[in-house]
Ligand binder design. Sequence first.
Ligand SMILES: NC(=O)c1ccc[n+]([C@@H]2O[C@H](COP(=O)([O-])OP(=O)(O)OC[C@H]3O[C@@H](n4cnc5c(N)ncnc54)[C@H](OP(=O)(O)O)[C@@H]3O)[C@@H](O)[C@H]2O)c1
Length: 311
Amino acid sequence: MPTMNAIRIESFGGAEVLHLQQIPVPVPNPGEVLLKVHAASVNPVDYKIRSGKYPAVREDKLPYILGRDVCGIVEASRSSKFAVGDSLYGVPGIERGGYAQYVILKEDEAARKPKTLDDVAAASVPLAGLTAWQGLFRYGDVKVGQRVLIHAGSGGVGHFAIQFAKAKGAHVITTVSTDHVEFALRLGADQVINYKKQQFETEVSDIDMVFDLIGGKTQDNSWSVLKKGGILVSTLTAPSPEKAAQFGVRGTRFTVTETGSELAEIADLIDAGKVRPKVSDTFALKDAALAQQLIEEGHTEGKIVLTVDQV
Ligand SMILES: NC(=O)c1ccc[n+]([C@@H]2O[C@H](COP(=O)([O-])OP(=O)(O)OC[C@H]3O[C@@H](n4cnc5c(N)ncnc54)[C@H](OP(=O)(O)O)[C@@H]3O)[C@@H](O)[C@H]2O)c1
């Protein structure tokens, strides 16, 4: 039976529970492909799962391969959509991990890789890109000319959200710290608020959509900047219905879904030159623990990627 290298956890805990192991290469079922992974990116959910704090991955899922997004080449296909040799990027379902030399992708979880990106840059897109896309357009229903406030515009999700909202024709305001002001301006933000020096709630008003990627006090202070009928969309804490009613607005929390059709739309925007991922650091697969420690510090600019073909 062919084997592969993968980073697995056998128990929950700190970065020390990540182990490089030799395990069998998975076999695709109908509607699936086997992807030879070239690069896989690192997301905050990876260390949340590793620590045992993520509800969808409990002890019954151990041992567990981490990693929610990948880019690579189809090695075997049982899909009518993708053939051997296709370059894809995608989000493997939560029960399959991307920190591995091979992963199974269901055909709806993937799309053709953007032609203008190398494998490392393409691997940085799927989970954060889909989260930005779904938050803005599926839940926030952002339209041309609307005013959008994106908290944490310098992170993985935020840096895509700024670019997608601008490509849509929205007026984009974002909160970042001093080190990332220039970055946010380069991404196209119309107004950048340095949260270390300014309070966004006294700087902005009449917002159609707040995209909350921080939660806590940041979410609490966001209600007052929304215009009547506006919406607060969070990837973290479920917004309080009482607060929403008090301010005459709406609030919702969502979990991203693996959606290949939206990845194809994102690839088109990238290839049209309207969106560029930022990869701030890369690590070899065996150094996944270092990559996770870095993202856990909470100050990543753009994305961190594992170069899986270098193991
Ligand atoms: N519900 C879902 O399906 C879903 C999907 C994806 C992500 N998420 C969650 O959404 C959150 C964001 O994800 P991500 O991938 O973008 O994380 P990330 O890349 O780790 O975000 C890091 C960024 O957050 C910024 N930041 C930290 N505190 C801030 C504050 N108070 N105000 C403004 N910016 C601040 C940091 O900038 P500074 O260095 O300048 O502070 C850094 O650039 C994570 O908690 C993640 O788990 C949820």
